[in-house]
Design a protein around this ligand. Sequence first.
Ligand code: AMP
Length: 290
Amino acid sequence: MNRRMAAVNILEDREALAQWVAENRRAGRSVGFVPTMGALHAGHVSLFQTARQECDRVIGSIFVNPTQFGPNEDFQRYPRTLEADRILLEGAGCDALFLPAVDLIYPPGHQTVVRVGAVAEGLCGACRPGHFQGVATVVAILFNRVAPQRAYFGLKDYQQFLVIRQMVRDLGLAVAVVGLPTVREADGLAMSSRNRYLTPADRHQSLALYRAMTAAQAVYADGQRDPTRLEETAREVLTGAGIDRIDYVAVRDRETLAPLTRIETDPVLLLAVHVGVARLIDNRILQSEL
Ligand code: AMP
């Protein structure tokens, strides 16, 4: 049978996962891991496809992690589309899917968390208190249970990628963290599970994110090196499109996310805005030469 279309092995309990992990370890196979919250799209698929190329076995997880949602966020209504996800994963060359219940990840009495420092504190860390602690904690737990050699993340969630990379360094975890480019719709909107919250009017308005990044890139390529001016350029595009709830528009050091007074190496522009009921984020590394 063509392994790419083989049924995905669904692992729901601790023992089934442990057995899968032990089998691969015994056989000396490398394992690539893609943690997700489901409602999968082509952005997720790109992570699985790269894992497939680089590892002997590929495992994904779907876990809508309650600890990374704030009290007024979309945990309850986060899209859950397991059957469609399973079909997508079969086509993406995924071997196994870990589907833990909440109390497998957080057993009763759970009281240990992972809190990453400076890189997790600004931007989404400031707008969503506790979010990155929830992310770092769940990823650490998943890494321990799945024990992958490599783990794949999207650069769409740029700060999340840096937070996880930092955690892995600081805790000395034996996993290579791989960041992969953002997959976009044909018109530039970054794919996101939350895009399905957008009405047609919201969907139209959401294109301003891509336009804002393109505008900032253009003035950067023309030589503008004042971070505030670059941020203003992007912000004007957003407000011009009627986006009035802007969490942040920020030009930051691409490795540390520290604010910049002067730009010496190509920085990252990060955006977070609300369109309708959706909170959308996107980012772009500004390039002096395209
Ligand atoms: P999520 O299910 O939203 O938690 O995302 C799971 C993984 O997929 C994370 O590493 C995300 O950064 C990544 N991801 C989400 N959207 C995209 C996208 N448009 N392109 C590439 N990776 C993505």
